[in-house]
Write a protein that binds this ligand. Sequence first.
Ligand SMILES: [Zn+2]
Length: 196
Amino acid sequence: MREIVRRWLVLDPRPGASGEHGSRGAPGFGSRSPGSDHVIAMRDARSTTTARVWVGSDGKVHREALRPPMSVLGELADMADHVAQAREMTGPTALDVAVIARWLDGQLDWITRQGGVVEFARVVRDLVAQLRPLTGEPRAKRVGECPNTIDEGEHTRECKAPLYAPIKGDEIQCRACGAKWARELWRRLGQILQAA
Ligand SMILES: [Zn+2]
């Protein structure tokens, strides 16, 4: 749930802004203008997962993508409605992804004791899966240049590839030479980087 909110907040509907460009053949949708349509549909509470078919003014049959994107807001709101009705309580106070997600989070204890928890989990997983390719990973912080000495036979040189703070875990690893610094060594690494 937290991941949905975090990714929702960085979702950008500008064409090409979400790294969706060039994802032709990605499962679940065929986008006409890369990026924007898909993201806009996700941001639209009225989006439906039922594909529609219609006859256009050109006389041809048109069909929406077979699995149109789920509306993040719509799906969460539906789940909250469902829970609020079942429990005869007041639902979230605003039609807002962060507000609804926080409200649902507070209901998890009850939800996990219901038969519908399987469907609930599936929707949450699907929403995360749908948001992931559009929102990427949080940008890693650059900490300096890799000071590892590379032995090239007669000569040695410093690796100097950019080093990034780990997004998860507690090990800094150089993407170029593979040198690793566990948390216990960060202080020493810091001193070396500062000296350089
Ligand atoms: Zn390196």
